[in-house]
Design a protein around this ligand. Structure first.
Ligand code: UFG
Length: 320
């Protein structure tokens, strides 16, 4: 298929673009490089450096079979301090993209949604039928886009799939996580192992979980990317489907640090710090719908494998 990948210079976008190319698709990446990196765009794709809101119309006029929309602002803390950046950067940009999709009759859209749309869950693991009550602006903007996509599917026959990611980690060969400002747990812990930080701070040890630290569902970025390929194949005109993507197993912050110690052989000092605003205690996915309807089967569900691949990527980058 001829595909447009927005945000293909970012972490998940670059891995998905690489997997699409490996599977024989024709890929154009559009990214303004506000948070992405030009050298993360996989070789073999066509790269357009542009603001998606400005460029989507002209690009889609060329006739595409689908759009995979990753480009977004995605820091929960920042979204609470600067909501305009998120409503503008996520919602307005996506509306412009949707209009371009409608105008040029692009048949398929796969959207990068998030578990942050659910907020504090009533039941764990979380199914797609759980109420969406985001506790932060980031999640609220992604939910708003999900609603807009549903409207476009109903009114204009778009075949759309939203994938709600839980905690994405790991790397796909040369493509991995490299945020300028790092806030995610596994990359931060690996920075300690590399000697770039003295210790990791555990945000709270008094959560209602077994060891008192927050529990998350970590999913390998390659497994996540493969769900996008299946979503493209399963998009149906006029339908907007929503799927959770996670492994269905929760690991506490302490367990993640322990796994990183085992994988890296580094003692990784850790200290307890105050809770971080907006963090739910436990987020674990029920992904039965993706398994049943997309035939999605995560192959790299072992947390040690996820951490190992992130560690290899991090070390390779440090060695230059
Ligand atoms: N954490 C620490 N210390 C750190 C960094 C994180 O204790 O230095 C804790 C957090 O408090 C949280 C857990 O580690 O409990 C995971 O935090 P991350 O920042 O790695 O990830 P989040 O769970 O906050 O968010 C991620 C994505 C969101 C997505 C969510 C869904 O960034 O977009 O997973 O589960 F919505």
């Amino acid at each position: 298929m001829k595909l447009l990948v927005t945000g293909g210079a970012g972490y998940v976008g670059s891995v998905c673009a690489a997997r699409l190319l490996e599977n024989g698709h024709d890929v154009t990446v559009v990214d303004d490089l506000s948070t992405g990196h030009a050298d993360a765009v996989p070789p073999g794709s066509t790269f357009v450096q542009a603001d998606i809101a400005e460029a989507a119309g002209d690009l889609l006029a060329d006739g595409y079979d689908g759009v995979l929309h990753f480009a977004a602002k995605s820091l929960v803390g920042e979204s609470m301090q600067d909501p305009h950046k998120y409503w503008q950067g996520n919602v307005l940009t996506s509306l412009r993209l949707l209009e371009a999709v409608r105008e040029h009759g692009t048949p398929r859209l796969v959207f990068s949604s998030t578990a942050a749309t659910y907020g504090e869950p009533d039941t764990v693991p979380i199914p797609e039928t759980a109420p969406a009550r985001p506790t932060n602006t980031y999640g609220a903007t992604k939910l708003a886009i999900d609603h807009a996509i549903s409207s476009y599917a109903t009114a204009h026959g778009l075949g759309a799939v939203s994938l709600r990611y839980f905690n994405v980690a790991g790397a796909h060969g040369a493509f991995g996580e490299r945020h300028t400002v790092e806030t995610h747990l596994i990359p931060i812990v690996l920075q300690v192992a590399l000697g770039q930080r003295e210790q990791v701070q555990m945000y709270g040890d008094d959560w209602p979980t077994e060891d008192g630290t927050c529990v998350r569902d970590y999913i390998h970025v390659t497994d996540l990317a493969d769900a996008h390929l299946l979503a493209l194949d399963n998009a149906r005109p006029g339908e907007h489907r929503i799927y959770n993507l996670g492994n269905g197993t929760g690991f506490s912050v302490q367990q993640v640090i322990e796994t990183c110690r085992a994988v890296t052989g580094h003692p990784i000092p850790a200290a307890v710090a105050p809770r971080r605003a907006g963090d739910p205690a436990t987020l674990v996915a029920a992904s039965d719908r993706a398994r049943e309807e997309l035939s999605w089967k995560p192959k790299l569900a072992d947390l040690s494998v996820i951490v190992h691949d992130a560690w290899e990527f991090t070390r390779a980058r440090q060695q230059g």
